[in-house]
Design a protein around this ligand. Structure first.
Ligand code: HEM
Length: 492
């Protein structure tokens, strides 16, 4: 016992000494505000404080010295990192370490040849007509058979439901069916607890906590000793691993040749015998991360904004073809330019991935003149970028879908420059599920808006459109989104 206590103290002392050597001390007002948390007196979220600092900065870039991190909202810098000098701004080893226990060698967590190889395979599969039409069929089915009945039930009973929870269940069922051909049934009427969804939630939250720590030494020490949050992380990753292994085995047993889910396509394209289970497990987990919380986050903030702006919901209704009660086809959805603009305007203000970090391999100078040393972290910040007057004009704070239409209402959607709006990232690593995600969100938005009015219940009076986000890899609202549902048309 005495020996263990002594060993622990010695290790902890070593860690503190190492921490002191590596930690950049700074007492500037920004670092002080970060370390003491005093920014929270004025701002709801860390992202709101960063947006404020970036608006004040003449270059749209700031440096948080104690984190060794440059934060930028300058589109020229974003283009430089994501395209022009892409090879000098990999995700880097430090990021890979943060998520490595959960994501392994999956596409999100690797650079270089390992990334190139998976990207090529994933873009071939996600771009194929078979996979796309399979995915759209799954989305339509989940909307008709699960989402709409759950909302209709809430409308008929007059109950308040947590829309964020409903959309997370919807997105989890959908991505699992598209990615692995298996149905977790999270949005069944009795809203069952899913062991996989819960373990996955906990694991992503705990990995995000690692990234928020001032020094990685803290979580590394806890992992070594298997204590606290790291013990919890290990437990949840084990559950994810076991369930992913079961999924892979089931796929193998069922045969992959006639299935259109992504896992089967991957297994078929490389030859099932040529891949090991660990590689497939990493693909499974990466797609779960990619497709679940992103889509549900965007849908949650969309309905929060529509509740506050009912005229936008009415304009969406007016845009859908009159006369037919049937769900819209993929082609019909594509033609809805106003709805498209609404989705993009929502994600400008509330991007599901609020920031993204890269590591600078060799010392470099960004286009705005900022010097970045070798090994430093550079973060571009879509949440702050959506709040920059230099990009969106003086009405940047307003929810105005028309800003995306060529000549206002009734005209065509025009995309913004990808580096001014890196919500799906941009350049060489742009999101591979972008088209699928847009189709999914449009299908849900149109189906719900046609049939229901959604009224967000502002329980704590914090202001419907100024949500407090929980820290995590994707944005989720603290306390969920309580809402009351009313029928406008009897479509189900
Ligand atoms: C609103 C929905 C979505 C948003 C906002 C979004 C956003 C993003 C962002 C910001 C990245 C870069 C992440 C990083 O490198 O750290 C990314 C990458 C990726 N996304 Fe999405 N995503 C969405 C939905 C989806 C869906 C539904 C899928 C798959 C079915 C998907 C598949 C991927 C993949 C495979 C990558 C990795 C690309 C690479 O590293 O080369 N995404 N996405």
């Amino acid at each position: 016992m005495v020996f263990f206590a002594f060993a622990f103290l010695l290790t902890a002392l070593g860690a503190v000494l190492l921490l002191m050597r590596r930690w950049s001390w700074c007492s500037c007002h920004v670092c002080r505000a970060y370390l003491t948390g005093s920014w929270a007196k004025e701002f709801t979220n860390l992202g709101d404080w960063y947006a404020h600092l970036l608006r004040e900065s003449p270059t749209g870039t700031v440096h948080i010295h104690v984190l060794g991190c440059t934060v930028t909202a300058n589109p020229a810098n974003v283009e430089y990192m994501l395209k022009t000098n892409f090879d000098n701004f990999p995700k880097g080893k430090k990021f890979a370490e943060l998520l490595g226990d959960l994501l392994g060698g999956g596409i999100f967590n690797v650079d270089g040849d390992a990334w190139r190889h998976q990207r090529k395979m994933a873009s071939l599969e996600l771009g194929s007509v078979n996979v796309r039409s399979y995915a759209f069929k799954i989305i339509a089915e989940e909307i008709t058979t699960r989402l709409m009945p759950v909302l209709a039930d809430a409308a008929d009973k007059g109950t308040v439901i947590d829309l964020q929870d409903v959309f997370r269940r919807f997105a989890f069922d959908t991505i699992c069916k598209i990615s692995f051909g298996l149905d977790p049934g999270c949005l069944d009427p009795e809203m069952p607890v899913s062991k996989l969804a819960d373990a996955f939630d906990a694991a992503t939250r705990l990995c995000a906590m690692r990234g928020a720590a001032v020094s990685p030494m803290v979580w590394k020490m806890k992992r070594l000793l298997n204590i606290g949050s790291e013990r919890e992380l290990r437990k949840n990753i084990k559950i994810v691993d076991e369930l992913a292994a079961a999924m892979i085995q089931e796929r193998r047993a069922r045969g992959v040749s006639n299935s259109h889910d992504l896992l089967s396509r991957f297994m078929a394209s490389v030859g099932d015998d040529a891949v090991d289970d660990k590689y497939l497990r990493d693909i499974v987990v990466s797609f779960m991360l990619a497709g679940r919380d992103t889509v549900s986050s965007a849908l949650t903030t969309l309905f929060m904004l529509l509740s506050k702006n009912p005229e936008v919901a009415s304009a969406m209704r007016a845009e859908t073809p009159a006369g037919s009660e049937a769900p819209l086809t993929f082609e019909q959805l594509k033609g809805l330019h106003y709805t498209h603009a609404v989705l993009f305007e929502n994600m400008r203000l509330f991007p599901p991935v609020q920031f993204d970090s890269k590591f600078c391999a060799a010392a470099d100078v960004l286009p705005d003149g900022t010097y970045v040393s070798s090994g430093a972290r550079v973060m571009y910040h879509p949440y702050a970028m959506g709040r920059m007057p230099s990009i969106w004009g003086p009405d940047h704070h307003a929810f105005r879908p028309e800003r995306w239409l060529i000549t206002g209402p009734g005209s065509s959607f025009v995309p913004a420059n990808a580096y001014k709006y890196p919500v799906f990232q941009a350049g060489l690593r742009v999101c591979l599920g972008k088209e699928l995600a847009i189709a999914e969100m449009k299908a849900v938005a149109v189906a719900v808006v046609r049939a229901f009015d959604v009224e967000v219940v502002d329980r704590n009076g914090s202001g419907i459109c100024a949500p407090k986000f929980v820290s995590g890899l994707t944005a989720s609202i603290s306390g969920g989104l309580p809402a009351r549902i009313r029928r406008v048309r009897n479509l189900i």
